[in-house]
Design a protein around this ligand. Structure first.
Ligand code: SF4
Ligand code: MSK
Length: 645
């Protein structure tokens, strides 16, 4: 691969160096495989290939506008879309379910190695769901909460209780449209039923169920996952750390954790810092152990322990190409099967830890229910044993290693804004009303080999903060800003607009807030619901000057996330398109018609600068509707103002 080709694929220098090294080492990565997959199937891209029964596969063309059963493009495209939403919903929600079961086992005294780390979060959430907390043992409260959450998965007729955390007006919209979900599992099963041969053929009916299913993710499975993670592992608060492949070290044992579910990575974090494991590493001739993360497992342990970020989605193979990784420990989601082949060229071992996610060629070492800490230590010691196999001639660690601040849970933001005794969103609402902050944009999602990594996210983020828009980030998008050095107040404030800078400096927050993993997108909704509750910016999520962006998305999870944002009233920009263009009706509904139902829809824009302009236009329209789009008297928000609050 020529240097200019490499620079057209990745934005950061560390990735470029490793991509170049992969060429020298004759290692194939996703960037090479993307080349060999270049002529991608047009039927797949347009969503007009159907194989839900074995009379097919049927493909829609002008000459054959209907499948064997008579299904047209609208039906086929809508069915495919709903199946993607169902898959995304199931991934996030199953993650949530595993955590709820862990909470249940903790409450029953059956989960060795785990405990309730954040009792305040337990009591706060139990109260939120109407569970009695006075004079009760915390385990009894936790058991009730876990059982309530399990019923959110299994409920057959009742609507999800978690929906009640949304503003009343939005709940009314869901009721009126008939899309209030009942149990999460039922929504996913019904999605598969409806899309099987000969069931639901009305594209609009299928799409409405897509939105209903997504709500069972955003206001169900994902929200529950974030709540339970906070209870079991602690609610994140601001923490300093570092990002990019330069966090790996020449003289330490380098272990990467990759995937999504925090239960295993929490135990691994504990194992790495235990004295016997540290001594074992020293005895192996290393200066210590460097634990770092990839993708959203990285975000989980960064938010709670300050574990550094080695990289985002498309850096998972490049991290191994450094030649300095003793082991990559994986759990679920976004883990490429290609890792095993890359690892063969170095001494790296890939270890899978959960029975539901195995890869041929990876060593499987389950971290189960019985003595998980011992299992985690065994894995880490195996990584240490691997250190002696490292071939120094193959080691090249890029220098890139940017400082960052992360850990902005909703609780932490409230605390930063209002202080310990008056934690509140009021100062943010006032700053928006007074036009110091124009609006809020959530930038979420992945990297995609179809786009130069990180570029869309970086360009858009810079434009937005320049225009006084507070940016909330999660997932691999947040890792992208971290690598660009934009997650410290010091660097980000240099490019922020004057109003945003004033507010951020007064309350001590950066203009780009890292709020967690991709499951934590619900923290963005939680923050939006808090802003509505605080008052002065309308009575619905749909009235806020707020927009969501999935800039470089690739996963079915991102489609589900986009749908629950739109159904919640938040417009969503996509940096690459859905596979829906084969049906004008489906495409038009998603990209404009939905606005009549939800006051929000999807927008596809492949140019981040144009996207910034369109986002600002949407935000200004929302401000006009709220009657706050006039220049207010500009005034610094000082300590006196905060005390008066
Ligand atoms: Fe073809 Fe209809 Fe079967 Fe789909 S469901 S594969 S369109 S016959
Ligand atoms: S890991 S879903 S690539 S954000 Fe959550 Fe990153 Fe997207 Fe996976």
């Amino acid at each position: 691969m020529e240097n200019k080709d490499i620079l057209s694929k990745v934005s950061d220098n560390a990735s470029a160096q490793m991509l170049e090294k992969s060429r020298v080492d004759c290692v194939e990565t996703c960037f090479d495989r993307a080349e060999t997959q270049k002529a991608q199937c047009g039927f797949g891209k347009n969503g007009i290939c159907c194989k839900v029964c074995h009379m097919g596969p049927c493909r829609i063309t002008p000459k054959s506008p209907k499948g064997v059963c008579g299904a047209d493009a609208d039906t086929i495209v809508a069915r495919n879309f709903l199946r993607e939403v169902a898959a995304g919903t199931s991934a996030h929600s199953d993650h949530g379910r595993h955590l709820v079961l862990k909470l249940k086992h903790v409450a029953e005294g059956k989960a060795e190695g785990y405990s309730i780390k954040d009792e305040k979060a337990l009591l706060y959430n139990a109260k939120l769901y109407g569970i009695e907390i006075e004079n009760r043992e915390k385990n009894a409260v936790a058991l009730d909460l876990a059982n309530l959450f399990l019923s959110e998965f299994s409920s057959q007729e009742d609507n999800l209780k978690t929906l009640e955390l949304a503003p009343k007006k939005r709940q009314g919209i869901w009721e009126a449209k008939g899309i209030k979900p009942s149990g999460i599992d039922r929504m996913v099963v019904e999605s598969l039923h409806r899309t099987s041969i000969g069931v639901d053929h009305d594209y609009k009916n299928l799409l409405m169920h897509a939105f209903r299913t997504s709500l069972s993710n955003g206001w169900g499975g994902s929200r529950i996952a974030s709540i339970v993670s906070d209870i079991l592992f602690g609610t994140p608060s601001p923490v300093r750390s570092a990002a990019n492949l330069g966090v790996l070290k020449e003289n330490t044992i380098n272990i990467l954790i990759h995937g999504h579910e925090p239960a295993i990575s929490e135990i691994l974090t504990a194992a790495v810092s235990s004295p016997d494991v540290k001594d074992y590493a020293k005895a192996a001739g290393a200066e210590g152990i460097t634990l770092a993360g990839i993708c959203c497992t990285a975000n989980e342990v960064l938010m709670r322990h300050g574990v550094p970020l080695a990289g985002n989605m498309l850096q998972q193979e490049l991290a191994i190409v450094t030649g300095a990784v003793e082991m990559m420990i994986v759990d679920v989601q976004c883990v490429m099967p290609g890792l095993v082949d890359v690892a063969k060229s170095y001494h790296t071992e890939i270890v899978s830890t959960t029975d539901m996610a195995k890869t041929i060629g990876a060593k499987h070492m389950a971290v189960g229910e019985s003595n998980p800490l011992a299992a985690a230590k065994e894995i880490v010691k195996r990584a240490i044993d691997n250190f002696k196999k490292r071939d120094k001639s193959k080691v090249k660690i890029p220098k890139e290693n940017e400082q960052l601040v992360a850990g902005f849970s909703v609780d932490a933001i409230k605390y930063m804004l209002g202080g310990k005794y008056r934690a509140s969103f009021r100062p943010l609402n006032d700053a928006i009303i007074q036009n110091r902050i124009l609006g809020v944009v959530g930038i979420v999602g992945c990297n995609n080999t179809k786009q130069k990594t990180d570029e869309y996210i970086n360009v858009l983020t810079e434009q937005l903060i320049k225009n006084n828009i507070l940016v909330l980030q999660t997932g691999c998008a947040a890792i992208c800003s971290a690598k660009a050095g934009r997650l410290t107040p010091e660097t980000a404030l240099k490019t922020a607009g004057s109003g945003l800078r004033e507010v951020c400096e007064a309350v001590g927050i950066p203009p780009i807030l890292h709020m967690g993993s991709c499951v934590d997108n619900t923290r963005i909704l939680e923050a939006a619901a808090e802003i509505v509750k605080e008052g002065g910016l309308g009575d619905d999520l749909g009235s806020l000057p707020a927009v969501g962006v999935a800039a470089e998305w690739m996963s079915e999870k991102a489609i589900s996330i986009g749908c629950y944002f739109v159904a919640s009233g938040v417009d969503v920009f996509l940096g690459n398109p859905f596979y829906t263009s084969g049906s004008e009706n489906v495409n038009n509904y998603l990209h404009s018609g939905a606005a009549a139902d939800f006051n929000a829809c999807f927008h596809y824009c492949d140019d981040p600068l144009k996207a910034a302009e369109q986002i600002i236009e949407i935000i200004n329209k929302a401000r006009d509707a709220l009657g706050i789009n006039k220049t207010q008297e500009r005034k610094l928000f000082d300590m006196k103002d905060r005390r008066e609050l």
